[in-house]
Design a protein. Structure first.
Lengths: 370, 258
């Protein structure tokens, strides 16, 4: 059995019917329990729970503080290549978009690594567009070899791989895998992913399991909010995270809930996800899965990011760019290569200062080179 | 009266060991260690950043504080051993808390893998402190393998639930001829005191101190509670009974007359 089977069991779940019997009292009862089950999680993502956010926030704050302390892990993304064979309606790297394509040479990777590591960061997330031809596993492996000289943790956010390919990367020093399903609803997924290998819903959905079997240490999953009904998407995200946590208890599972942002092209979100919705989602996930990592990217603006931190966030990016070579190539190149527009352009030092001001210790290093 | 804990030929006067994770800053952590007069602090090697612009946690430990590296992040014996060796090579000493966890939901330790790591690291001249779920048989095997102390958990890490495993810990204290140090789960100074009253050699506390509103004062209060509990233990705590024991006994008239 894989998560796809669980998805099939739940895909016709009538969430609205369950929502219709949720009351402030039932939400309160759920919040008084030590551990919440999936039914209680559904209550927390219901429309009625919008009136219970303060209670959810108090509980989420206490849990996060107890489990993770007054600390926030820092990392930054590094884009290696924007060549892509997919046509995904929402993505700036869509092969039909007329953008300049670029793949970093190994020298350029080293330059980026030197620049990023001079900011003190020790955790890096490397990304590529989906092109096995332009950025094959062997290329990623060569990049990792360089990056391991500078960083204690290297995570990948690349196209879904086979288990033996993940194992190869783990052996070369990769310890984390980030792979977002984008849309859990299979019909929405099919509409968004028009052509290319990413059309294969199941191969992507099962990638976190393959990564777990290859002994990754951290696996981060997510849904790109704005493509379909967010409550339904977040229901499946919670179900998926719980499934992975139960099946692979020695792997740190993380979640992220990015909202669609403007990028090259003219795609507009199909459904709106408000700030209040995002807060509710984070609170529901934290209350449901007390030990899960929750990452907040620079897709959100600085004020909102800061306000969300106490609600359950454990990891944030800093000094981010979504352009290939964006850390060291000259500025006029940036727009040509970027995947989406970031909202928080603060440097690592600025983010560090902000966290210290808010009473959090910025954690630069939380793993080691074996 | 001198009452120090002796481990591997070294004397430790303060029986409150403090974990260094979860603090809002290293400077607060340092003050907490100083004010509590801590002599042993555990540090996760994964957090030690010796060569970067970011601050190095080891520079914030008071000089009087001995470092006990922990193997946080190890998923099996092999990884724990590798972390131990890295720590020693990095000059972090040879006191090592073995922490092997394959359960990221409750963070409960894997006793079997921990035992394997004890067997290896003892042979490599480490002073080994295994963190474990209280279990007499495994504890005995760890002792036979050469552990310097055994660290059973009071309740899951970070849970602040207190000494839920008290009965099992008491058995280990009675049966294992090594210092038993209660590690994890203590949420209040009174719970640390309770551990000391039942004969624990020391306690290790992190979350309850680090995430309190005033970690410095909380560290001091834990330190005092540990002292009080230890003193009570040494004083011989009278057995508790359900029947009242009158200070003016009813049968006093039966005493033999001089």
């Amino acid at each position: 059995m894989s998560f796809y089977d669980l998805y099939l069991q739940h895909k016709d779940f009538d969430l609205k019917k369950i929502f219709s019997v949720v009351s402030p009292g039932s939400i309160q009862n759920s919040l008084e329990r030590d551990l919440l089950d999936i039914g209680q999680y559904i209550q927390l993502i219901s429309p009625q729970a919008e009136n219970c956010l303060e209670g959810m926030a108090q509980r989420a704050y206490a849990i996060t503080r107890r489990n993770f302390g007054k600390t926030i892990q820092l990392y930054t993304p590094m884009y290696l290549s924007n060549y892509c064979e997919n046509s995904c309606l929402y993505c700036g790297f869509n092969l039909n978009n007329n953008i300049e394509r670029k793949k970093l040479s190994l020298n350029e990777v080293e330059k980026e690594a030197q620049f990023i590591s001079s900011s003190g960061l020790k955790h890096i997330l490397i990304l590529t567009g989906e092109s096995r031809l332009k950025s094959p596993v062997s290329y990623i492996k060569n990049c990792v070899k360089i990056l391991k000289k500078y960083f204690s943790s290297v995570s990948i956010e690349v196209y879904p791989l086979a288990e033996d390919e993940y194992s190869e990367l783990v052996a070369s020093g990769v310890d984390g895998l980030t792979i977002y399903q984008e849309a859990y609803d299979q019909e929405v997924y099919a509409k968004m992913h028009v052509s290319g290998p990413k059309k294969d819903y199941k191969f992507r959905l099962e990638a976190p399991e393959r990564g777990a079997k290859s002994r990754m240490r951290n696996i981060s999953i997510g849904a790109l909010l704005g493509l379909g009904d967010w409550r339904r998407e977040v229901f499946f995200l919670g179900l998926h995270a719980k499934y992975l946590q139960d099946k692979f208890p020695d792997i740190d599972i993380g979640v992220s809930v990015p909202r669609i942002q403007p990028q090259v092209g003219d795609f507009k979100p199909i459904s709106m996800v408000s700030d209040k919705n995002i807060a509710q989602i984070i609170l529901a996930l934290r209350n449901f899965l007390p030990r899960i990592g929750i990452t907040l990217s620079t897709r959100e603006n600085p004020d909102f990011r800061e306000a969300l931190i106490p609600l359950g966030i454990t990891k944030i990016s800093a000094g981010s760019t979504t352009a290939v070579g964006g850390h060291t190539l000259c500025v006029e190149h940036l727009q040509k290569y970027s995947q989406f527009e970031i909202q928080d352009q603060r440097s690592v030092d600025e983010i560090r200062g902000m966290l210290e001001c808010k009473g959090y210790q910025p954690v630069f290093k939380d793993w080691l080179n074996f | 009266m001198e009452d120090s804990l002796e481990i591997a030929g070294e004397k430790v006067n303060n029986r409150l060991f403090i974990g260094t994770g979860k603090f809002a800053s290293y400077s607060i952590m340092k003050r907490a260690l100083e004010e509590a007069k801590a002599e042993v602090a555990t540090v996760a090697l994964r957090r030690v950043d010796a060569d970067s612009k970011a601050e190095n946690i080891l520079n914030y430990l008071p000089k009087s504080c001995r470092v006990m590296i922990n193997t946080s992040g190890a998923r099996d014996a092999d990884e724990a051993v590798r972390i131990g060796r890295l720590a020693k090579a990095a000059g972090a000493g040879n006191w090592i808390k073995i922490e092997v966890i394959r359960d990221n939901k409750y963070l409960l330790p894997d006793n079997l893998e921990t035992l394997k790591a004890v067997e290896i690291l003892v042979k490599e001249d480490f002073v080994v402190f295994p963190y474990m779920s209280p279990d007499l048989s495994i504890g005995r095997r760890m002792a036979e393998a050469g552990a310097s102390a055994i660290m059973p958990l009071g309740s899951p890490i970070g849970s602040n639930r207190g000494v839920k495993t008290r009965e099992l810990i008491e058995i280990m204290i009675n049966e294992i001829n090594l210092p038993i140090i209660v590690d994890a789960g203590l949420g209040k100074p009174s719970e640390a005191c309770e551990c000391m009253e039942i004969g624990s050699a020391a306690v290790l506390v992190n979350t309850a101190i680090a995430v309190s509103d005033d970690p410095v004062r909380m560290a001091v209060s834990f330190s005092k509670a540990v002292c009080a509990g230890r003193l009570a233990y040494l004083s011989g705590i009278p057995a508790a009974g359900k029947i009242a024991s009158a200070s003016s006994p009813l049968t006093g008239f039966l005493r033999d007359k001089k």
